[in-house]
Design a protein around this ligand. Sequence first.
Ligand code: HEC
Length: 493
Amino acid sequence: MLNWIERRTGFVSMTKDLLTEDVPGGASYWYVFGSATLFAMIVQITTGIFLTFWYAPSAATAWESTRAIYLNPFEHWVLSIHYWGATAMIALVFLHLLQVAIFGAYKAPRELQWVVGVLLLLITLVLGLTGYLLPWDMNAYFASQVSLNITGTAPVAGPFIQDLAQGGGVMGTATINRFFGLHVWLMPALLVLLVGAHLTIFRHNGPAGPPTEDRRGLKVGRFWPDQLFMDTVVSFFVFLLILLLSFAAPPFLDQKADPTNGAFQPYPAWYFLSLFGLLNLFPPQLDTVATIYIPTLFLLLVLIVPWIDRSLSRSLGSRRGILWGVFIVVALIAGLSVQSQLHIMALQAAGPPSLSESQILAAQPATSSAPAAPVTGVSSSASAAAPGANGATVFSQNCSTCHGAQGQGMPGAFPPLANNPFVTGNPSQVITTVLNGRSGPLTVNGQKYDGTMPAWKSQLSAPDIAAVITYIRSSLGSNKASPVTTAQVSASK
Ligand code: HEC
């Protein structure tokens, strides 16, 4: 059977070729971090594909579909694995990098393998950053706003990149879609390509072996089965740990993003804590030193390590300088992370008490039937007696993120709908605005706005739109204007 396949494809000899490789100095548990990272990547891709089955990227559905995932035990478990898999993958990339740095395995002829490895670390961090936004809860929103604003302060291309990633002047559906595209397409594609390059270069040069001067007496081990066995054992334990944590400590879903809640204190993912700590060390006018210049310089320094430490010897004794450098950098990163974690805990303790997750999840009735559909008054208020839509529900689930829970708006960013003469004025203009969205300069009660209001005609049904317009015209602030009917909405374009 194998012969039959071999004769037609060459797969069997190819696999044998791939598995036969000498490991100088013998197989070792020191060399497992690279393959464990690869394993974590496979976990992430698998769980990530499942999550795209359930997640719906838009301002009106991101949080709602995430909530539906939380409410379904199996989907919640897959999400938990994805969450802890991300932590595992980032931790393992760091450990892998550290092991290579300590062993001096980046030295000639492996410089490019090191450079590709550092790029892989960067891509992993961007994956973490873009994934952080997707649940669209309070922290997702405000933490991503911080990173977008930081991007905007970078010299030359900063504002352009911010605008591109944000998809316009304010965060909304366009931002979610761009982060989603980066998170599920561009970054994973780059990741897989670069992992391919990384492994091809690895095969070309072979394993670097132990950090010793004298290579003559070294015994030679085999990749298959010795090293592969150790790699499998460690990947298995990594998987066990991810599973354990996914049950013991699933991620937390906060309330839906409310851009008007300026008091919210966002906190970064653990792997960005050190950058956050660095920011706290500098006075506000020097922020870009901490957020842009130091990280960029550090990254460049890491990239050129093989050209800084150029001696041919890899022995630890002859590389004291570089080893001290590595130690100091790791200590600084750890110290800054701890310091900023303490800082965040102090801020949270001082802030108002927050709702528990079960309160948040229970706040709206479950829409387990169609989590990916836009949240409409009809589907989410199953208990409402009226067959028509419930304007207040449609408003709180689709409009309040931007216009505020009471329609109070946010000065300079989102116009108020309460006490807004346009809203209580000619109903057909309000209908057209909600159906088709609008953008461009706008003045409400003397305050200027220039943002983008999304179009709702493909997101909400005509009865929902009629109900929400009736609601904003009659229930926000001192608005008292005539209701709008479904027929009027259906008749407008
Ligand atoms: C992503 C944020 C966002 C969401 C969600 C949103 N809006 Fe808006 N809305 C805006 C922005 C920004 C403007 C101002 C656009 C401009 O400057 O031209 C606006 C303008 C409006 C206006 C016109 C106000 C005026 O004075 O001209 C109405 C009416 C309105 N929105 C209603 C709604 C309704 C109803 C919903 C929910 C179905 C909603 N909006 C959801 C951001 C949003």
